[in-house]
Design a protein around this ligand. Structure first.
Ligand code: UDP
Length: 264
């Protein structure tokens, strides 16, 4: 999977969908920690510099989760709309951090907020990606009762992303909870069906079945290790790959253009 040219590792993807949970932007001090956000932005910038097209779906769980509020007695749809608005706040923060370090971005929203972001328009999003802009999708699907994981699966399918990179606080998927079981083993790779059989929680069921039906590989990795995102796009065995095709994901998508590598 890793193509090596001299000492440099080439990226193995042309277009990726990065799913950032709200929690990766949160610290103990702040729900939205700008220092953490700039660290994530720097990781994204390094991948962007390789010529990879990057779309991002951002969550809102650091501020608000519809299901939590609904359990406390709130109307679920209203609570979910609040959650979608939270993702817009995160998206704008990430946009600011990326642009401060010279990465051009566009925010596209599934709920109209005309003065701060453009509406989601699939073909326009693809055009931005082709022009080298990082596209940040906010407001989820625009519908209550869904999650931003489902949004990631949906947008990845719509824009033809080769892989979903799910950035989390954990190193990947384990056969049991590593915080409770010191002998827990991390899977390097697991098929969709084994993930279902073993009840491994990777995404909610709607998101997971969309990925499975559309055969979108998912890589779950730890966003807090600074080299990880770069390592993942270079095909290094970081985190857990969820997929059941033969070989590695990129080989299976040979219908796509080969990865554009600047200077190659
Ligand atoms: N949400 C929604 N529809 C969507 C996406 C998100 O209603 O299509 C709401 C839902 O209430 C969710 C919240 O937005 O709890 C924040 O999204 P999510 O929980 O997926 O964020 P993450 O866990 O990734 O930070």
């Amino acid at each position: 999977m890793v193509e090596s040219s001299g000492t440099f590792l080439r990226p193995v993807y042309r277009r990726i969908l990065l799913k950032l949970s709200g929690e990766v932007l949160a610290s103990e001090r702040e729900a939205l920690d700008l220092d953490l956000t700039i660290k994530i932005a720097r990781q994204i910038a390094r991948v962007h510099a390789l010529g990879i097209q990057i779309a991002i779906v951002i969550g809102g769980g650091n501020f608000w989760r519809g299901t939590t509020a609904a359990r406390a007695g709130m109307d679920r749809a209203t609570a979910d709309y609040m959650g979608m608005l939270a993702t817009i706040i995160n998206g704008l923060a990430l946009q600011d951090r990326l642009e401060k370090i010279g990465v051009q971005t566009r925010v596209q929203t599934a709920i109209e907020v005309r003065s701060v972001a453009e509406p989601f328009i699939r073909r326009r999003a693809i055009r931005h990606l082709e022009k080298g802009r990082v596209v940040i999708f906010v407001a989820g699907t625009g519908n209550p009762f869904f999650s931003t994981d489902t949004t990631a699966a949906l947008r990845a399918s719509e824009i033809g992303a080769e892989v979903i990179l799910k950035a989390t606080k954990v190193d990947g998927i384990y056969d049991s909870d590593p915080t409770l079981n010191p002998k827990a083993q991390r899977y390097e790779r697991v098929s969709y069906l084994d993930a279902l059989r073993n009840r491994l929680t990777i995404m909610d069921s709607t998101a997971f079945s969309l990925c499975m039906d559309n055969r979108i590989p998912i890589i779950v990795f730890n966003a807090f290790q600074e080299e990880n995102l770069l390592a993942v796009v270079q095909g290094k065995p970081v985190g857990t790959l969820v997929w059941d095709g033969e070989g590695e994901p990129v080989a299976a998508r040979s219908d796509r253009e080969s990865t554009a590598v600047p200077g190659s």
